[in-house]
Each structure stands twice: as structure tokens, then as C-alpha cells.
Design a protein around this ligand. Structure first.
Ligand SMILES: Nc1ncnc2c1ncn2[C@@H]1O[C@H](COP(=O)(O)OP(=O)(O)OP(=O)(O)O)[C@@H](O)[C@H]1O
Length: 595
């Protein structure tokens, strides 16, 4: 072991910048290595003419001098990260960067940065607002401080939730102290429990067995953008409320008609619904929300887009209880949406886990050039011909393309392919979700709308077959399927660990994004996200010019054919028949792996 490393191991800190000269004496060989690597990298960073797909690099600013992997160059790395963050924020939003707290957090992070693995940024929690309640480090502390009912605590441990995640540590106290909350935390970090625990605690006991002061009518409403996500939240809620006679309703056509009877709906405690379904009942006079004291919007950025916003406004207007508490949760929240959220809330507290709009660093991300749309299928087949970790989630930009790609994969002999999108019948969707959960699907082809927020345990690989439609879309796609647990105890940094095996280079997930010439103008925006979360990006991509606001808006509008392989227009039925012929007795690869 090198002398410097031995000496610097103790409790005291060594300021490497201040004592640069001394440090270099101990670390000469390492620095030389790094310099050589730098030389090599910077050479590799130049865009060879044959790779200059978009003819941009020649005109690139060349200002960014990034030497990837130069772990010892602290100053440069810090400057680089600052620069990228700044440029990323410009890319992400129309202004309005992070608040003071984030700035401070970033500075603190930089102070500690010298001792970090360079490619894995720490995840921390930043809060903003007046009188922010102290966070808790354990469920036991939560119980003690807020007198959480014992059955909730025992349900938590019964389900394997031993310690709160970052968003739970900070978010639950805020909600338990009756404050409004805007929470931004990466996908799979346990946002669902962050609101379910306080809602159940605040409601106290089921309406059917309580005091008269709770009024009549539903007391809590949770809104999610898709039926599948609402279903998932409902299941979590049932797990958490086991042992008490709560009436928790997953709002559907059937339950909505049952609840049309006032005497029935007055006994309901919590409704979990999609916005459309809820508004349909409100408009039909079959539901009233004037006794709602807790309103939660999950996947808030989606709720605020043009498709859902009018319905959300209607729901908000119907929740007339003077003491209503509102909470919004999301993995991403663009500046514009955040402004709307903050106006919607009363004296809110804002919590951000990690760097805003950045995926967790445990996912190894890469960008793969595939020239044009027809070249994607062969690239995907080549990818799937190599060892991969099933189940793999593949995203396409539209429902017909998802179906078409699933068919193509089947016809090309890929086993256990499934498809999930909103164009399928309810039964087909449910079957696909359960096959995925049972581990029978190795490849799930889906659309983003469908897979958003779904907790598909065990997914370790995501392929963006079609380029994401926005930065937020990218983050939701690659983070959504991962589930994380076990935050380190009592500290303000939270670096979560994925369930299951450990992956490549300490990372547990893999995300591959195909890009074509057409996606070129938007490449840099996504590349910045990769950089921010610690993945490597070829320097030529970083040298691409920043897309204009107009260009960024057109990011999701690239036209793609409905058929993946236009030469073969076969029906879905044919594909299923062929799958049965090819794989009549296929053994589950999961079984083989676990044997
Ligand atoms: N404290 C905890 N300990 C262990 N596992 C947890 C804990 N909290 C949540 N989980 C598990 O982590 C997974 C992800 O949780 P959840 O779906 O709530 O994340 P999320 O942040 O809402 O993700 P998304 O943004 O994709 O909706 C789930 O499988 C959940 O059971």
C-alpha cells in the first residue's frame, strides 16, 4: 500500500488541494498514470471524422475539458461537475435552478468529494421551507416521536421494511406534522410508503369505528396516473393496514358504481384512483370530496401535464375541507411544473433526494449509435444474443411499435417475450404484469406511460429502443423498474442498494439507449443526465451544441413508423402461434439461473 494512503487513513482529514505539492511527492506514480490516461483520454475525446454523425463536433465549443476517469484530479472534477450541473439545469428548465439549500448541499458534497468514488455521486437529502421538522433515522424513532400505532410498525417489519429510506426519513415527519409537501426522489426509493404511513396514522382509525368528529365521506384520496400504478399503491396500502378494518377502495368502474350510494361511500376511508375515473364520478354527482383531509398526487409531473391537469384542477376544487393537507411526489419535476405545484400547496416544504432530475448512480448507463430506425432491430438482436440479465424492459415510443417489436422478437426466436401497453385489454395488461412479477417474462416490451412507476422487482436491464421523449421521460424509464432498499443508518447521505445480486462495477442496473441520426439534436440533453449520475459519455457527445428551446420541445415528436419491420406485417396471433411452435417446452431461465 502506498505511504500516503496509509498515512491518510486515520481520523483526521488531509487537505489534498492545500498541500498539493506534498501530496504529489507521495503520489507521483499515480499522477503520472493519470496524466498518461488523460493524454489518452483527451485523444480519445476528439471526435474522429467517421463518428461525426451530426457534423457538429467541428463547430463544437471545445470549451469542455473533461478527462473521464481521472479520479485524482479533484479540482478539475469539481469544476467539471459544477459546469455540467449548471449546463444541465439550463438544459432541463427554462430557468429557476436549485435553491440555496441545494447549492449548499453541493458545496458540502464537494468538500467530501475527495474521498468519494469518482463515478458514484453521493445521494443526499435537501429540504426547503419554514420550520422543517427533524428527520428520523429509524421506524422506532418515528414511533416514539409521533406515537405511530404498533400495528403499522409491525406491518412494516412484517413486510421487510426495517429502516426508512431517505424520502421516508424526511418526508414522513413533514406529513405527520400536518405540513404540505413537495417531494422529489428518484424512482424506486420508497415514495409510496412516505405518504401511506402518515395518511394511515393521521386518519387514526377506520371511519366505521371512530368518533363523530371525522365527518362523513372519504377522508383521503391518492391519485396516480395509471390504473396499474393505482393498483400497486392499493396493494401497498393493504399490506400496511393489515389487522384493522380500513375501507381502502381502488376506484374502478365497478367500485365507482357501488360508491354512488352515499351510505356506502360515507364508510370509505381512502380512495386510490386515476384522475379520469375520479372526475367522471364527481361530474356524475356520484362522489363528493368535501371531507377529504389528505390529498396525494403521485407521479406529480405527469399529473400536471396537459392531459391530466384539467382533471387535477377539478379534483382540487372539489376538495373543500379547510384543513386539507396536500402532498405531491415525483421522481422528476421540471421547473415549470414545480412552480405550479408550489402554488397549489400551502406553506409547503420541499424535499429533494439526490440531485434533482438525476437518476440514482447505481445504474450504469450508455448510449449506443444505431444509425436509423431499421438498424435498431438487428442491434437489439445482437444485444440479446449476448448474455443478459432477464427480465429486460424495453421501451418503444408508441403502442403499435411495442406490439410490433414484441412480435419481431418472438419471430426471431427470443424466448419469453411479453408486451404491455395501454392499448391492450384490462385482462391482457393484468396478465402481462403478473407474468412479469412471476418471473415468466424475460423481455417486456412496453411504452413509457404504461411502465411509469411500476415496481417490477428484479429488472436489471432497461433498453430504450426508441429515444426518450424528454429528460424526465429518460429518468422515469431507467429508474422505474428498480427497487431499492436498505439505506445506510443515521446519516444525511443515502446511497441505496438494489435488491438482488450486485452488478457490474458495483452497479446494479444497466440502461442502454439507442440513438439514431434523427435523435442527434437531443442527444446532449440525455448525455448530461448520464454525466450527472456518474456514467461515462464520449467527449464528442458532450461537445455537441446545446439544443435550442424549440428543438428541446420537439424532442418527443420524432415520427417513427408503426411497424418495426415494415416488410413483415403479420398479426399478433401469428406471432403467438409461432412462439408456441418454437418454444413449446421452454424451461424458465430464472429456474436455470437459481439452480
Ligand atoms: N423502507 C423500505 N425498506 C425496504 N424496501 C422498501 C422500503 N420502502 C419501500 N421499499 C420497497 O422499494 C420498492 C420501491 O418503492 P416505491 O414503489 O414506493 O418507490 P417509488 O419511489 O414510489 O418509485 P416510482 O417513482 O418508480 O414510483 C418497493 O418494492 C417497496 O416495497
Amino acid at each position: 500500500m502506498e505511504a500516503f494512503q496509509l498515512l491518510s487513513r486515520g481520523g483526521s482529514r488531509f487537505d489534498k488541494n492545500r498541500f498539493k505539492a506534498d501530496f504529489s511527492l507521495f503520489n507521483k506514480s499515480k499522477i503520472q498514470d493519470l496524466q498518461n490516461k488523460d493524454k489518452h483520454d483527451s485523444k480519445g475525446g476528439e471526435l474522429p471524422s467517421e463518428l461525426d454523425f451530426f457534423k457538429y463536433a467541428q463547430g463544437g465549443s471545445g470549451k469542455r475539458k473533461i478527462s473521464w476517469g481521472a479520479a485524482g484530479e479533484d479540482d478539475e472534477r469539481k469544476a467539471k461537475r459544477k459546469k455540467v450541473k449548471r449546463s444541465q439545469e439550463e438544459d432541463y428548465s427554462d430557468g429557476g435552478g436549485e435553491g440555496e439549500d441545494d447549492e449548499k448541499a453541493e458545496e458540502e458534497e464537494e468538500e467530501d468529494g475527495a474521498e468519494q468514488t469518482p463515478t458514484v455521486p453521493k445521494h443526499r437529502v435537501t429540504t426547503k421551507g419554514t420550520n422543517v421538522p427533524e428527520h428520523v433515522d429509524s421506524f422506532a424513532a418515528l414511533k416514539e416521536r409521533y406515537q405511530i400505532p404498533s400495528h403499522i410498525i409491525s406491518n412494516l417489519s412484517h413486510n421487510g421494511y426495517m429502516q426508512p429510506t431517505g424520502i421516508q426519513s424526511y418526508g414522513i415527519p413533514v406529513l405527520l406534522e400536518s405540513r404540505d409537501l413537495a417531494a422529489i426522489s428518484p424512482t424506486g426509493t420508497g415514495k409510496t410508503l412516505s405518504y401511506l404511513i402518515p395518511v394511515l396514522c393521521a386518519l387514526g382509525s377506520p371511519t366505521s369505528s371512530v368518533r363523530s368528529d371525522v365527518g362523513s365521506g372519504v377522508r383521503a384520496v391518492i391519485i396516480a396516473p395509471t390504473r396499474e400504478l393505482a393498483h400497486q399503491i392499493h396493494n401497498e396500502c393493504l399490506k400496511l393496514s393489515q389487522g384493522r378494518k380500513w375501507r381502502i377502495v381502488l376506484f374502478s368502474k365497478a367500485t365507482a358504481s357501488t360508491l354512488a350510494d352515499k351510505s356506502v361511500r360515507d364508510k370509505v376511508d381512502i380512495i386510490i384512483s386515476t384522475p379520469l375515473r375520479l372526475v367522471a364520478s364527481l361530474q356524475g354527482g356520484k362522489l363528493d370530496l368535501n371531507n377529504v383531509r389528505h390529498l396525494v398526487l403521485d407521479e406529480a409531473d405527469r399529473m400536471l401535464d396537459s392531459e391530466f391537469f384539467p382533471q387535477i384542477e377539478e379534483i382540487l376544487a372539489s376538495c373543500t375541507h379547510p384543513n386539507i393537507q396536500k402532498a405531491v411526489f415525483s421522481a422528476t419535476l421540471p421547473a415549470g411544473a414545480e412552480k405550479v405545484v408550489m402554488e397549489m400547496l400551502h406553506d409547503p416544504i420541499r424535499i429533494v433526494v439526490g440531485l434533482k432530475d438525476t437518476p440514482l448512480p447505481l445504474i450504469s448507463q450508455s448510449l449506443t449509435y444505431v444509425a436509423d430506425d431499421p438498424s435498431k432491430l438487428p442491434s437489439l438482436l445482437t444485444y440479446l444474443a449476448q448474455p443478459y440479465n432477464p427480465p429486460v424492459l424495453i421501451f418503444t415510443s408508441s403502442q403499435p411499435r411495442a406490439t410490433s417489436l414484441a412480435e419481431e422478437l418472438v419471430l426471431n426466436g427470443i424466448p419469453n417475450v411479453d408486451c404491455l401497453h395501454a392499448g391492450l385489454s384490462k385482462k391482457e395488461r393484468e396478465d402481462a404484469v403478473s407474468r412479469m412479477r412471476r418471473g415468466e417474462s424475460w423481455i417486456m416490451v412496453s411504452t413509457e406511460v404504461m411502465a411509469r412507476g411500476m415496481d417490477f422487482k428484479g429488472v436489471r436491464e432497461v433498453i430504450n429502443y426508441d429515444f426518450p421523449t424528454s429528460i424526465q421521460s429518460y429518468i422515469h424509464r431507467i429508474g422505474g423498474p428498480h427497487s431499492f432498499y436498505q439505506p445506510p443508518a443515521s446519516c444525511s447521505f443515502f446511497l441505496f442498494k438494489c435488491t438482488g445480486r450486485t452488478g457490474r462495477a458495483g452497479r446494479d442496473g444497466k440502461a442502454v439507449t439507442f440513438f439514431t441520426d434523427e435523435d442527434g439534436p437531443y442527444l446532449k440533453a440525455i448525455a448530461n443526465v448520464l454525466v450527472q449520475s456518474g456514467s461515462q459519455v464520449p467527449e464528442w457527445i458532450l461537445k455537441l451544441p446545446k439544443p435550442s428551446k424549440m428543438k428541446r420541445r420537439s424532442m418527443g415528436k420524432v415520427k417513427r413508423p408503426e411497424f418495426i419491420n415494415p416488410a413483415r406485417k403479420i398479426g399478433r396471433g401469428d406471432a403467438i402461434k409461432k412462439r408456441c411452435i418454437i418454444f413449446p417446452l421452454v424451461t424458465s431461465r430464472f429456474e436455470l439461473i437459481t439452480l
